[in-house]
Design a protein around this ligand. Structure first.
Ligand code: SF4
Length: 164
C-alpha cells in the first residue's frame, strides 16, 4: 500500500485526481514555471532559519525549539493554497503526536511575509484522520477520479494531461 505523505495530504485538499496521479508517480512537466518559482522561493527565502529535516520520511521545512516546545514550519509560495498547506502541516503534527512528540506548527508564506500558527486541535485531528482514510481509498482505485475543472487547474502542472 502507498504510504500517505504530507505531499499527498496537500494534494488531497487541492484535487482528488492529483492525489491519484501523484501516488502513481505520473510526473508533471518539469519545466512548469510554477514548480520552478516554488523551488526558487524554497531556496532563497528564510535562508537564515531554514533547515529542511527529513524526519521519519516527513520533509519538514523548519524545525526549532521555542520556549521548550518543538516548532515545525511549512513554507509555501502563495497564500492561495493556505488551506491545503494548513492541512499538510496538521498531518505532520499528527504524525509527530503518534510518535509521542508534541509540537506546534507555523505556516510561512515568504513572498507575502505571512506567518500563521497551526495547532492540532481535536477537530483538526479528526479531519486529518478522515483525510488519510480517504486518500488510501483514492490511491486504491484502478483509474484516477475524473478531471473536474476548478480554479486550481490553471496553475496545475497536470492541466495539459487532464484537458488537452
Ligand atoms: S488539472 Fe485540474 S483536474 Fe487535473 S489534476 Fe490538476 S487540478 Fe486536478
Amino acid at each position: 500500500m502507498v504510504k500517505v505523505t504530507g505531499t499527498l495530504m496537500w494534494y488531497y485538499f487541492v484535487c482528488k485526481r492529483e492525489v491519484w496521479l501523484m501516488s502513481r508517480e505520473v510526473t508533471p512537466f518539469e519545466e512548469d514555471d510554477l514548480l520552478e518559482i516554488g523551488r526558487l522561493i524554497h531556496e532563497d527565502s528564510y535562508k537564515r532559519e531554514k533547515k529542511e529535516v527529513d524526519l521519519f520520511s516527513m520533509k519538514i521545512d523548519v524545525l526549532r525549539k521555542t520556549n521548550g516546545r518543538l516548532l515545525i514550519g511549512e513554507m509555501k509560495k502563495s497564500s492561495s493554497y493556505l488551506m491545503p498547506a494548513r492541512m499538510q502541516l496538521l498531518f505532520y503534527l499528527y504524525r509527530l503526536k503518534e510518535m509521542g512528540i508534541s509540537a506546534e506548527g507555523e505556516l510561512l508564506v515568504p513572498k507575502e511575509r505571512k506567518k500563521e500558527k497551526v495547532i492540532l486541535s481535536k477537530d483538526a485531528e479528526e479531519k486529518v484522520k478522515s483525510a488519510i482514510s480517504d486518500i488510501q481509498k483514492i490511491i486504491a482505485l484502478d483509474t484516477p477520479p475524473p478531471a473536474v475543472k476548478t480554479h486550481f487547474c490553471n496553475r496545475c502542472a497536470y492541466k495539459d494531461f487532464c484537458f488537452a
